[in-house]
Structure formats: structure tokens, C-alpha cells
Ligand binder design. Structure first.
Ligand code: FES
Ligand code: FE2
Length: 365
């Protein structure tokens, strides 16, 4: 057994997946993460091993050998599947065991649970079904910006010691930029707090638009684009249950309108896949795609570097917030202010999905 396997499994627990909305696609990782080793991750309280076969197919299985329960993530990836690292049983992406070393007959029940996975736009999506083995009822989300030649992107992921919805809150309220991210994408805090904000909802999607003309270009914008003393900034945030798409940027004053989707200028397109691990922990998969200025072609690497720094700052805040929430207890209520509209809408969507799920669970019981 490798130390890689031990380290990853230290953090994992299993439990009730019905505490989260099911029959949904969630982000399992990025294509670039799946090399020649299996990856152990827990999604919605379910332990999963991710791997890529020799033919390039991405697969996700329950992370437990049906022989003696060693995590399959402690094994090795071979051409046809993943081989258990204890007694060598080989599993295909379907979950069926296809080889038991030294034994000819393979019992039909020599299999583990398999999850539907889709690799699309360099993102790996996993379908978390309400009923085991049920097929996806919708397509995995599109994210074409990873494949758009106008952009180049970098990505990363965090394991968070905080519940997933605290990250939704953070991303749906970008007024925090002026307080948390002054070294990178911040800017004038008062301008952020006073920005005109438009919140709309369509079905289970929330959209928050904030326009900030006459902004002082923050350090990341200056590093990436030859702005003068001011720029006109936009922030467009779209919430989906499994991920948020955040399109921010700025144009030079007097050029394009900041609410024109075809505007020029400097663009940052952030992808934020937030996948619950347990009730108190989550995965945060992010990417940042940016366009390059012809005179500053190296800007994208710097934008990605500064983005990673920015998200480190968010993690410090959110994990400290959650520790404090635990210490003060649930009786310590929150007060809403004007910046919370988008985040509260997203919370209502998650609550409604959970209520509907619990109602059908009860009806079926
Ligand atoms: S525990 Fe996997 S083959 Fe024995
Ligand atoms: Fe932030």
C-alpha cells in the first residue's frame, strides 16, 4: 500500500448521501488530474475512486473492494480498469470484476457500485443518483470557455473544512473583494459595497450582476492589462447547484459599455465547482480563464497565480468563519444586509430541493 493511499483516506468518512440534493451532476475533478494513479475522493458522503483506463475512459467506482474492503484507490490502474492492491482483483469501469488472480470462475456478485461520469470541457462530472444505478436524467453542464481559443486557463482545487454552502455565499457576494482581496482583485471597498446590484432567478439558477464604472484598477487588472487610473468593471455571477460561473473584467472608460456581452477589455472567467464531501467539508474545484493583451502576452500565467493567492485568502476567511460558527453554536443567528440577496436565493433553492427530496423519501418509506 502506498503512502499516497493512506494520506488521502485519512480525511474520509461515509454516511447519509440524502443530506444533499441527489439526481444531480457534481464536479468530481479536472481532466488534468487523472494520470496513471487512481484518486480517492468522497462526494456527498460516498467514497469514490476515480481513474482513467488505458483507452482513456474516465470511471468512478465505490472505493471498496468487494473481497475484503480495501479501498480500490490503494490499487493500480491498468489498461482495462483498476486492480485492487491487496489480492489483485481487477474491476472494469462498469464495476464488474473481470479477473480474480488464480481463480477461473468470477461470481456475478463480484462487482462494486459504479457511477455515471462524463468528461466534458476538461471537467469530470459525476452523477449522484437518488436510486443506486439509476441513469442520469439530464446532460452534464457545458463550460465552453475551457476550450475557447480566446482564453487560456489554469485550475486548482481545495479541500475545505467548511460546509459547501459557505462557499456559495462567498461567491455570490463579491462585495467582499474590497476587504479580503486588496492585494489582487480588490479595489475600493466603498465602491464595491455601493455597486448597483441586480439579482434575478430563473428556475434553479441565480444571476447576480454588479456594475462598477469609474473603479480604480486593482493589482491583478494592472498586471494583466495596461489600464490607466480608472476602469469600468463588471461582475456577472451565475449560480447553479453544482457550480458557479463568474465572469468579471473591465474596459477602459469611454470604450465599450460594461453591460454589453460583446465588450472588449480584460476578462476573467472563473469556474467554481463546489461539491459536498460531508456535511462539514467540501471540495472546491476552480479554474480561471483569461484573455491576453497583445502587448502583455504573459499576463495569463500571472492572472492564474494571483487567482490562486486570492482563493487562499477566501479559504482562510471561510474556514475561520465556520470554526467560529461551531464555537458560538446554532443559536448565534445571522443578520442579513443588502449584499446577501443572491446568496439567500441560492440557499432557498438548495433548501427547496432538499425539502422535495425528503418528501419523496417519506412517501416511499
Ligand atoms: S481486498 Fe481486494 S482483492 Fe482482496
Ligand atoms: Fe473571494
Amino acid at each position: 500500500m502506498t503512502t499516497h493511499c493512506i494520506a488521502i483516506n485519512n480525511i474520509q468518512r461515509i454516511g447519509d448521501s440524502h443530506a444533499f440534493p441527489l439526481d444531480q451532476w457534481y464536479v468530481a475533478g479536472f481532466s488534468s488530474e487523472l494520470g496513471d494513479k487512481p484518486i480517492a475522493r468522497t462526494f456527498l458522503n460516498q467514497k469514490v475512486v476515480l481513474f482513467r483506463t488505458g483507452e482513456g475512459q474516465v470511471a468512478a467506482l465505490e472505493d471498496r473492494c468487494c473481497h475484503r474492503s480495501l479501498p480500490l484507490s490503494c490499487g493500480t490502474v491498468e489498461g482495462a480498469g483498476v486492480r485492487c492492491g491487496y489480492h489483485g482483483m481487477l474491476y472494469a469501469p462498469s464495476g464488474q470484476c473481470i479477473e480474480i488472480p488464480g481463480q477461473e470462475r468470477i461470481p456475478a456478485k463480484a462487482r462494486v457500485k459504479a457511477y455515471a461520469v462524463v468528461e466534458k470541457n476538461q471537467i469530470i462530472w459525476i452523477w449522484m443518483p437518488k436510486t443506486e444505478g439509476a441513469e442520469p436524467t439530464k446532460s452534464a453542464p457545458d463550460y465552453p470557455h475551457h476550450d475557447d481559443p480566446l482564453y487560456k486557463f489554469g485550475s486548482g482545487n481545495y479541500h475545505y473544512n467548511a460546509p459547501w454552502q459557505l462557499i456559495h455565499d462567498n461567491l455570490l457576494d463579491l462585495s467582499h473583494l474590497g476587504y479580503v482581496h486588496l492585494k489582487t482583485i480588490g479595489g475600493n471597498a466603498r465602491l464595491h459595497m455601493n455597486a448597483e446590484m441586480n439579482v434575478t432567478q430563473e428556475g434553479e439558477q441565480v444571476r447576480v450582476v454588479r456594475l462598477m464604472p469609474g473603479s480604480t484598477p486593482p493589482p491583478t487588472y494592472k498586471a494583466a492589462w495596461p489600464f490607466g487610473d480608472t476602469c469600468d468593471r463588471w461582475q456577472e455571477i451565475e449560480f447553479d447547484l453544482s457550480h458557479l460561473r463568474i465572469w468579471t473584467g473591465a474596459v477602459e472608460p469611454g470604450t465599450d459599455a460594461i453591460d454589453d456581452p460583446h465588450r472588449g477589455g480584460f476578462h476573467m472567467r472563473g469556474f467554481h465547482g463546489i461539491t459536498p464531501e460531508t456535511a462539514t467539508t467540501c471540495h472546491y474545484f476552480w479554474s480561471m480563464a483569461s484573455n491576453k493583451h497583445p502587448d502583455m502576452p504573459e499576463n495569463i500565467d500571472e492572472v492564474v497565480r494571483q487567482t490562486a493567492f486570492t482563493f487562499d485568502e477566501d479559504r482562510l476567511v471561510i474556514e475561520a468563519q465556520y470554526r467560529n460558527m461551531l464555537e458560538f453554536g446554532e443559536q448565534a443567528k445571522w443578520l442579513d444586509i443588502h449584499v446577501d440577496v443572491g446568496a439567500n436565493r441560492a440557499r432557498r433553492i438548495v433548501s427547496k430541493l432538499l425539502e422535495q427530496q425528503q418528501a419523496t423519501d417519506m412517501a416511499a418509506a
